[in-house]
Design a protein around this ligand. Structure first.
Ligand code: GSH
Length: 258
């Protein structure tokens, strides 16, 4: 590879590193784990569609009205002319295009189905609940040019103003925290079934499912972790500290922002 990959991420103000989004963290971890050279282009929400159209990226989803939805993360690889959206597709492309012997494989042969099932279970039991808890913290983490777009689109999707979904101290807040912790407790029992006893779901090397989980935790930690009573403070200590250790392992090695 002679030229750096261009990596598109959402700008943010929660931390000095700017990045806060769970989906873009998945792709950033992948780039960092593989040690590939890249530079970040920071975007606000309303900039995503025009910028991705310009690089001929394919929209990764549909809006409620059936029109195309352009999402981040996205990459443009100047070495091949490939433009891609969707963190999983980006991981697959980088794994095939740039084999990096000695670094963990995101999709070891024969694991795709199990990884997908695991990720779906994590989304249903944990991510869906922390998403509700994180809506207002996300708004507070956005750059000004993203706030109106984010509040309008997410309030329409969730059917509620974002600050009313799970205000701290409310019963809804307590219920979402409990549901997320119950979900993690179940998933922690699954980890314990592994004879490998490693930090990651398949042992001592992370696969894409671990990347997904770590990116989710990093997002929750970045947008809410400093707030009193925030769900990350509970998750970090839950299940014998398993989740805090998992995130620390990722961030110690693979949290660079280029
Ligand atoms: N499955 C996709 C999801 C990407 C996604 O939904 N990204 C959201 C941000 S969290 C987005 O870019 N939304 C654009 C918009 O709402 O206009 C992935 O993993 O990359």
């Amino acid at each position: 590879m002679s030229k750096s990959i261009i990596f598109y991420d959402f700008d943010g103000v929660a931390t000095a590193c700017r990045c806060w989004n769970p989906n873009t963290w998945k792709a950033r971890y992948v780039l960092n784990i593989k040690g590939l050279p890249y530079t970040t282009t920071w975007l606000e929400y309303p900039e995503v569609e025009p910028v991705l159209k310009k690089i001929n990226a394919i929209p990764s989803a549909k809006k409620a009205d059936g029109s195309d939805l352009y999402t981040l993360p996205a990459i443009y690889d100047p070495n091949t002319g490939v433009a891609l959206t969707d963190s999983e597709k980006i991981a697959e492309y980088l794994e095939k295009q740039y084999p990096t012997p000695g670094t963990p494989a995101f999709f070891p042969p024969g694991t795709r189905a199990l990884q997908q099932g695991f990720r779906d279970a994590f989304a249903a039991r944990v991510r869906g609940n922390v998403l509700k808890l994180s809506m207002q913290p996300i708004v507070d983490s956005l750059t000004p040019g993203s706030v109106d777009y984010f509040c309008r689109t997410r309030a329409a999707a969730l059917g509620s103003p974002l600050d009313k979904i799970a205000p701290p101290g409310s019963e809804a807040h307590a219920n979402f925290v409990k549901a997320a912790l119950d979900g993690l407790n179940m998933i922690s029992l699954w980890y314990e079934l592994n004879e490998t006893k490693g930090l990651y779901i398949m042992g001592d090397k992370p696969c894409f499912a671990d990347v997904d989980i770590a990116a989710t935790f990093n997002w929750v930690r970045i947008v809410g972790g400093k707030r009193e009573g925030d769900v990350w403070n509970a998750i970090e200590k839950a299940d014998g500290g398993r989740w805090g250790k998992l995130l620390d392992a990722f961030n110690e090695k693979w949290s660079a922002v280029h």
